[in-house]
Design a protein around this ligand. Structure first.
Ligand code: CA
Length: 222
């Protein structure tokens, strides 16, 4: 597995490179945003560790630019930026995870492993007549492709992976949005409404049900 580290502080990139190489990962380092963006497509990494404050192009813009392409490479922000607003901004830009500096190497390693486990799942999941392809991030409903945004896809994937279990709003906001503090969970409904509209699902009888005041549950019924 190949990891691209986009980091301008040599002390940090050297430390990460050494630690991750010892764990058996192949490491590429880019020391500014421009090079990071170039390597994200030319070197085909399986995961990107992205600093925020970078010379030439800042990490946030690098992340947005990568998400505008068809690259689905997981991106983990590694940054000293730690206000709620900045965390949300990073996640909205399409990052998959967000780790604040200073961080523990052990925690970073575990988070990296989680992303690779997801990649290794390499299969299609179904919910009734809905099929989702984890590799290509494609979603099909009655054999027709439905275009979901990155976050809509992540939310649908989460519900399908937890088929038959009630997913509470807190669990969803923590696991899909990666927000671990008091947060307005109304955002989930906005995304759910959009998913339902795109997949032609009705509010209560379909394969994704609202559990009033609690959350959502997915089931293989149509
Ligand atoms: Ca930096």
């Amino acid at each position: 597995m190949k990891i691209l580290i986009v980091e301008d502080e040599k002390g940090i990139s050297d430390f990460l490179k050494q630690g991750l190489e010892e764990e058996g990962y192949e490491i590429i380092v880019a020391n500014d945003g421009e090079l990071g963006l170039e390597y994200a497509s030319s070197k085909k990494p399986d995961l990107i560790l992205l600093d925020w404050m970078l010379p030439k192009i800042i990490g946030l813009e690098v992340c947005k630019a990568i998400r505008k392409t068809d690259l689905k490479t997981p991106i983990i922000f590694l940054t000293a930026k730690d206000t709620i607003q900045e965390t949300i901004e990073g996640l909205k830009a399409g990052a998959n995870d967000y780790i604040k500096k200073p961080f523990s190497f052990e925690e970073l390693l575990e988070r990296i492993k989680i992303h690779f486990r997801t990649l290794e799942d390499n299969k299609q999941l179904t919910l009734g007549t809905i099929i989702i392809d984890i590799n290509t991030h494609q979603v099909f409903s009655d054999s027709k492709e439905v275009l979901l945004t990155h976050r809509e896809f992540e939310l649908l994937l989460y519900l399908i992976k937890n088929k038959g279990k009630v997913c509470t709003r807190t669990q969803i906001i923590e696991d899909v949005w990666n927000i671990h503090f008091e947060y307005d969970t109304g955002v989930i409904d906005v995304f759910m409404n959009s998913i339902r509209k795109k997949l032609n699902l009705s509010k209560d009888e379909d394969c994704i049900k609202t559990i009033r005041g609690v959350g959502y549950i997915a089931n293989d019924i149509n």
